[in-house]
Design a protein around this ligand. Structure first.
Ligand code: SF4
Length: 471
């Protein structure tokens, strides 16, 4: 049996196990999510008898010296860690450092950029032994059944004859066959529900998406197949979170939670019938929501729904492959308001075709929609996506800016708007929407308690500091 150390590398707080890859400080709701992917992998390894530890250095505000100390004390045979597109170089350089500290260490890297930049990563950073592409949980399931890591589909590895890239697996994971994530190896208090500070966790509910937004890596990676966990399996995990970890706040993690109406209703009905007193957030598309779904979600404890509204122009929604309309966005936000669930609308600009005029239209549309929470992200070319191919081909990508990353640093310019100007427009959009007296009063009035109102004020101060000083 071997010793495995799974961790998020030291550095800034990012959303790393998701397609978003955004800096937490750049978002309106500064929620830090636990590394669910690593917790699943830890559970698989431990179930097979391996000794496993986990660490989330950014969330615990610990740095490289702590990593060195942990490695020395635990002396793992193998480390597996997550890299993120905007922090890629720093993340990958760690491999060489760790090999200096422990020369017989096997180093495996996973994460969104690893899915498509695997060969380059192994070439440029020879201290990395393995890159785990796609569903790393599936790779480990095969590993614990006895396959050598370098033989497993989805693995790219250093070998004596050069870099060996195994084909992707032909089958995707059945989510119900996964053990529950090893939350006991995490400090769950590091992931508070932003409104109250109570512990929060993410629960995987489904995976995959049948749509093809050009900036999204989901379909290039796993195709259009969508897999849903069974209601029983999700309920079992919710019970474990409540009974064992005293967690009652959740983010239901899915590419589009509301995709299948009957499944949403069945899950929510089961939560209601079992009397689970929980609060949760989920995401949706503006065209996969209706009153019945929303009413069940509200009854089951849903408090916030995130929508990728993206643009205020229908032709741009088509161009980016979103295939929704501004009318559907209006309808979705209005329905949420009627049902008493808060909406969080995400807008994105900085695509090759964007002009100052189209960006202004999107900002105006955001004002018109008037969602409860909003974010403006700058288009970010995640490797493997159609957007990445497009901007590289047109020479619109700035590699230096790409390395600074996040959704607030423009890695792209459009055909008519510079990267610097895009950043100015984003900041101006956020100021314009935040600084509406009616919005501020409405938001504070909706908190319903002085404690929550105080936490909102504290979050607002941090947001202002982020916009003014980039912290
Ligand atoms: S709707 Fe678009 S952004 Fe959302 S998961 Fe599907 S492809 Fe990705």
């Amino acid at each position: 049996m071997a010793r495995f150390f799974l961790f998020i590398p030291p550095g800034s707080l990012y959303r790393r196990d998701d397609r978003c890859q955004s800096k937490v400080a750049d978002q309106t709701i500064r929620a830090v999510f636990p590394p669910l992917d690593l917790a699943y992998m830890a559970a698989i390894l431990r179930q097979a008898g391996h000794e496993v530890r986990m660490a989330d250095y950014p969330a615990s505000r610990r740095g490289i010296l702590h990593l060195q100390k942990d490695l020395t004390q635990f002396a793992p045979d193998c480390v597996i860690y997550t890299c993120t597109a905007p922090t890629l170089e720093n993340d990958l350089q760690l491999a060489g450092l760790m090999k200096q500290w422990k020369s017989d260490l096997s180093v495996a890297v996973k994460g969104e950029p690893a899915n498509f930049l695997d060969e380059r990563m192994l070439h440029d950073y020879p201290a990395i032994d393995f890159v785990l592409r796609g569903e790393a949980e599936g790779i480990l399931k095969r590993y614990v059944k006895g396959m050598a890591l370098e033989e497993i589909p989805g693995v790219t590895a250093q070998s004596e004859s050069g870099i060996r890239r195994n084909p992707a697996p032909t089958e995707l994971l059945d989510l119900d066959t996964l053990p529950f994530p090893a939350r006991d190896l995490l400090d769950n208090s590091l992931y508070p529900w932003p409104e109250t500070g109570d512990p929060m966790t993410t629960v995987l509910t489904s995976q995959g998406c049948p749509f093809e937004c050009i900036f999204c890596p989901v379909v290039p990676l796993t195709g259009k197949r969508v897999r849903f966990r069974s209601v029983e399996s999700i309920l079992g995990e919710l019970h474990e979170c409540i009974d064992r970890f005293n967690i009652r706040h959740f983010l239901f993690h899915a590419d589009t939670f509301t995709l299948k109406k009957q499944w949403v209703v069945d899950l929510c009905r089961a939560i209601v019938e079992q009397g689970l007193s929980i609060e949760w957030a989920a995401n949706s598309r503006v065209d996969t929501i209706d009153k019945e779904r929303l009413e069940w979600m509200k009854r089951a404890g849903c408090r916030i729904i995130g929508f990728g509204v993206e643009s205020g122009m229908d032709e741009h929604l088509q161009a980016m492959g979103k295939n929704t309309t501004t009318q559907q966005a209006r309808h979705a936000v209005r329905l949420c308001r009627e049902c008493g669930i808060r909406s969080h609308a995400f807008f994105v600009f900085g695509f090759p075709w964007d002009t100052e005029e189209s960006i202004r239209k999107t900002i105006d549309f955001a004002l018109e929609l008037d969602p409860d929470f909003f974010d403006f992200n700058l288009a970010f070319p995640i490797p493997g996506t159609e957007l990445y191919r497009m901007v590289v081909e047109e020479g619109l990508c700035d590699l230096e800016r790409l390395k600074q990353g996040g959704y607030s640093v423009a890695a792209l310019r459009t055909r008519t708007v510079s990267a610097e100007r895009l950043e100015q427009l984003r900041r101006a959009a956020l100021w314009r929407l935040y600084l509406r007296p009616g919005y501020v009063i409405r938001t504070l009035a909706a908190t319903g308690s002085p404690l929550v109102a105080w936490r909102y004020c504290r979050a607002a101060v941090k947001r202002i500091a982020n916009l003014l000083f980039g912290v």
